[in-house]
Design a protein around this ligand. Structure first.
Ligand SMILES: [Zn+2]
Length: 379
């Protein structure tokens, strides 16, 4: 089989412990196009690992049949640190317990001094420029040093992904419909990803301000284009997407197999795998700007009682939930939460005990919201 499985050791977190990544490589190293797919960077998001488990089966068969045309790199469980975060019987996995924050924020900046590094080498040949810029990004990553296990994990994953044509970071939301995040300039060229997955929302932002994993790769090119794009042709050769495979509880062989088949057809359509994927299904949504999606936060603690279901349409002012103070007199126990925008309910909270500030809903609208103009992805 035209496949290699590699083990990448991480530095030990403490004396006597060591974790590792497993990398499944298909096709010839350096072949184009290259796709990089990782699952469950937030280690408590299981649907991604399930889907990629099924995808490995499809890719193994394609490799056995000699159908891998490009290079496909798959990390089926991208966060072994988070996988071990079982505290008092509960699995966590979203934040680094040592203090490095959300695992999908603050990724290494691949731009930095990139313009100065490449300017003297760029020409009017866009294809040659892609190769030059990729080499420079690779050198920048080679020079970076990682102190500690989490930083090493991030650097290791970035090195695997940085020169890919397609980067898919597979997550899930809390209790949610299928959706994806993509840069606006890649819509509708890659809308078939949303169509294949049956996404109910495609949320676009040119820069969320949070240095999420997928943005790390895209932003290096867009920033370079802002700096040098008037002098040289600088394409956008790296399509990135964060895929949100519904909610945390949506884990089954059936869903995993369905999602894997969708990703496989997407890879076929974009030249990674031989074979005809057929026409993509009809889109279930159009792309909308991420700043038109409100993230509803509760101002008070208590028990969450929803008044809406996933997919429900709401108008600004509509009652979407109560938060109940279980200690209060019944007449004053409820705090009413209302929508501030028109849209539909994309995501809710699975666990129904909240503290002040917890996110309790995402409402996808079409009009940019004034209070959503800075950091688009909350910590
Ligand atoms: Zn996630």
């Amino acid at each position: 089989m035209n496949k290699i499985v590699e083990r990448l050791d991480l530095a030990g977190f403490s004396a006597g412990t060591q974790r590792h990544l497993t990398v499944h490589r298909y096709g010839k190293r350096g072949a184009r196009p290259k796709a990089y797919i990782q699952a469950s960077l937030h280690a408590d998001e299981i649907p991604g690992m399930m889907a990629v488990h099924h995808l490995l089966g499809l890719l193994d068969k394609a490799a056995t049949d000699g159908k891998i045309l490009g290079e496909i790199v798959v990390v089926p469980a991208a966060n072994p640190i988070g996988l071990a975060q079982v505290v008092n019987g509960y699995h966590l996995g979203r934040y680094d317990l040592v203090g490095d924050g959300n695992f999908n924020r603050h990724w290494p900046d691949l731009y930095g001094d990139l313009a100065a590094r490449v300017e003297s080498e760029l020409t009017q040949d866009a294809t040659a420029n892609i190769a030059t810029i990729r080499r420079a990004i690779g050198r920048r990553l080679d020079e970076m040093k990682a102190l500690g296990e989490t930083q090493q994990l991030k650097l290791g994953l970035a090195r695997l992904a940085h020169d890919a044509d397609i980067v898919l970071d597979v997550h899930c939301d809390d209790d949610s419909l299928m959706h994806i995040y993509i840069p606006p300039e890649h819509w509708p060229a890659y809308a078939d990803l949303a169509a294949e997955l049956g996404a109910r929302a495609c949320l676009t932002s040119a820069d969320s301000g949070s240095f999420c994993f997928d943005e790390t790769f895209y932003m290096a090119w867009s920033k370079l284009r802002q700096a040098l794009g008037e002098k040289f042709p600088i394409p956008s050769p790296c399509f990135v997407a964060t895929v949100e495979l519904r909610g945390q509880a949506d884990v089954s062989d059936e869903l995993g197999a369905k999602d894997a088949a969708a990703l496989f057809r997407f890879l076929q359509r974009h030249g990674l795998i031989d074979g005809n994927p057929g026409e993509a299904p009809a889109l279930l949504c159009e792309a909308t700007s991420l700043d038109a999606t409100d993230v509803v936060q509760t101002p008070v603690a208590g028990i969450l009682a929803y008044k809406v279901a996933l997919g429900d349409k709401v108008k600004a002012g509509d009652h979407i939930a109560d938060v109940i103070d279980p200690m209060a007199d019944i007449a004053v126990a409820r705090t009413k939460i209302v929508a501030v925008n028109d849209g539909f309910v994309l995501a809710k909270r699975l666990h129904k005990l909240v503290i002040a500030g917890h996110r309790i809903a995402k409402i996808v609208g079409t009009q940019s919201l004034k209070h959503r103009q800075e950091k688009l992805m909350l910590e």
